[in-house]
Write a protein that binds this ligand. Structure first.
Ligand SMILES: [Zn+2]
Length: 281
């Protein structure tokens, strides 16, 4: 949901709009500059009284205000040991040893390829380290587990797993500057309209909360368009630990997301066009 803020009419033109006739006598007596200044000040004061044209501020002109969508906080535990592991992983990629997420630039969309629900996602993210069966890239400094900031179920129910000031482990090269979403779905075609709508509401709200966000893209695009993102200064990683090909969520999903963001909220973030299937760079 959103409303349009109205523009304040605050152009200072007090005398003209204050009923010049009424002040004829007073103006006649305004023989000194001091007196005229006094009248001007009073006219300004009466214009700024509440109940007149006082909705919003001039800089709000045309800006859409997005209501906070409904979601529940189900934070996974991030203790000191996990924070250190996260910081080491980010440090390895960017040279800056911190697990803090400040001024995110990107929102990255995934689907979980399991489709078992938010509880299952919460359990999967809860472990400090990756399960033994998951292959850990040899160059990776540790085996800190994957995670996502948000998960969205098939009916649109949304849980937050990671606070927005801490990184999540979801896309190589973008963890340090992105907020992540996991759509609960085994395959792209399982993603529902309710999920897309909720995702679009969440993305629009986050873009409002963080004006630093310039990019909204899919995990697959994080690999296919990595050269573009590197040029933009968004993709940053250690050469020994680069992004690898991913299929989620796919061009069809990202096209729906981009279309609805533009239609519903007038939001167009980079890249404007979805990566084509098979595109490698
Ligand atoms: Zn993914």
């Amino acid at each position: 949901m959103f409303v349009f803020q109205q523009q304040v009419i605050s152009k200072p033109d007090p005398i003209a709009k204050h009923g010049a006739a009424k002040h004829e006598d007073a103006l006649a007596l305004a023989s000194t500059r001091k007196h005229l200044d006094f009248l001007l000040a009073n006219a300004r004061k009466s214009k700024s009284k509440p109940g007149r044209e006082t909705k919003g501020q001039p800089q709000d002109e045309g800006k859409k205000v997005v209501s906070k969508p409904e979601f529940k906080e189900h934070f996974i535990q991030i203790d000191e040991r996990k924070k250190e592991m996260l910081a080491a992983l980010i440090g390895f990629c960017t040279g800056s040893n911190t697990c803090r997420l400040e001024q995110p630039k990107c929102i990255v969309i995934h689907f979980d390829a399991i489709g078992a629900g938010l509880n299952a996602l919460y359990r999967a993210f809860s472990y400090v380290e990756l399960p033994r069966w998951r292959k850990v890239t040899p160059a990776r400094p540790n085996s800190v587990n994957v995670s996502s900031h948000f998960g969205i179920a098939r009916d649109g129910e949304t849980w937050q797993f990671v606070p927005l000031d801490i990184v999540s482990v979801h896309a190589v090269g973008y963890m340090h500057n992105s907020i992540s979403f996991e759509l609960v779905a085994k395959r792209a075609r399982d993603i529902t309209g309710a999920q897309i709508e909720k995702l679009v509401d969440m993305v629009a709200w986050l873009c409002q909360q963080y004006p630093s966000i310039e990019y909204v893209f899919g995990h697959d695009e994080s690999y296919k368009m990595r050269d573009y993102f590197a040029k933009e200064g968004v993709y940053k990683t250690n050469p020994l630990y680069g992004a690898w090909a991913k299929g989620d969520p796919g061009a069809g999903v990202m096209e729906r997301v981009r279309k609805r963001l533009a239609e519903k909220y007038g939001i167009k973030k980079k890249p404007m066009v979805s990566a084509k299937p098979g595109q490698s760079d």
